[in-house]
Design a binder for this molecule. Structure first.
Ligand code: SIN
Length: 296
């Protein structure tokens, strides 16, 4: 489908619950305003966009990402402590140089999550660019949280209306304890931000299920057992493969996802293979629920 207002952009939906390819754009060139608006509209419609065959360097990736807003500084990462010319780039990689990892997450599986939901202000979206990929494995799955909310059984929807969830900050999406954090033994005591379980997307005005990540999550105000039972039911529903689409990476793929209405996960891959991705993320605000939003 050609997008109105932009001559050269074609958007091809994946056919799954989310995701589309955008073809006909070279992201190294600054997109004119009409083309940019068409890309942004496609992002709001499809939640995840893939641009294949790009040849981005870090300044090019950052320049495109900045069209969507201010960028977050990369969190402290595993790499050597050297002067960083691009502090908004996070390296995701299993590659080691001189025995030291150059990036985050290694070759491990990453569980379903939304980026940095344990912070008060959560990123709007993230962009991930593939520089080196393994022949097999390391696929990234994305899942549509509008659809998860819209299909939630009525009694579960009733149970979460007006409820808030604590998002644990002690572990990363591979389950590793972050530096400086204690192991959490009671989710009620976990460090991390509290957000509404139903959140309103400020641009589309649609509501989405906002779970963050499962481990050490806690629904504020409920006895722990009730919180665990409700979270287990919500996660069982949200993990339905029918809400998901998987990206099989090729070098030169740029994928951008909307953290306000999606979750993502990653398959593990052979530790002997090399995978090198550069990621940047767009700063966001405190998630909220607007009772006047489009009903789910
Ligand atoms: C992540 O951002 O959670 C990892 C995505 C990936 O490496 O594919």
């Amino acid at each position: 489908m050609d997008v109105a207002g932009a001559k050269r952009v074609t958007v091809i939906p994946t056919g799954a619950a989310l995701g589309a390819d955008v073809v006909g754009v070279d992201l190294l060139q600054r997109l004119d305003e009409a083309t940019f608006k068409a890309v942004e509209a496609a992002w709001h419609e499809h939640l995840v966009l893939r641009f294949r065959g790009q040849r981005l360097d870090d300044p090019g990736l950052l320049a495109f990402a900045r069209r969507f807003g201010e960028l977050d500084k990369a969190p402290v990462h595993a790499g050597p402590e050297v002067e960083d010319p691009y502090p908004e780039i996070t390296v995701m990689s299993n590659i080691k140089v001189g025995g030291r990892p150059i990036g985050n997450l290694g070759h491990y599986e990453a569980e379903w999550h939304t980026d940095m939901s344990y912070n008060e202000k959560c990123p709007i979206g993230s962009l991930l660019y593939a520089l080196e990929v393994p022949l097999e494995g390391g696929d990234t799955g994305f899942s549509n949280m509008y659809a998860a909310l819209e299909t939630l059984p009525a009694e579960l929807k009733r149970a979460i209306i007006g409820k808030q969830c604590k998002h644990d900050s002690s572990r990363n999406s591979a389950g590793e304890l972050r530096k400086g954090f204690q192991d959490v033994t009671d989710p009620r005591e976990a460090p991390g931000a509290v957000h509404p379980i139903i959140r309103t997307h400020p641009a589309t005005r649609r509501n989405a299920l906002f779970l963050g990540r499962r481990r050490n999550a806690y629904i504020v105000g409920l006895p722990l057992k009730e919180s665990e039972d409700l979270l287990n039911k919500l996660w069982a529903h949200a993990s339905n493969p029918g809400f998901a689409w998987y990206q099989k990476w090729k070098v030169g793929d740029l994928v951008m996802w909307d953290n306000r209405c999606t979750m993502h996960r990653r398959d593990a891959f052979d530790p002997a293979a090399r995978r090198l991705m550069h990621r940047t993320q767009i700063k966001g605000d405190k998630p909220y629920f607007d009772p006047a939003s489009v009903a789910a």
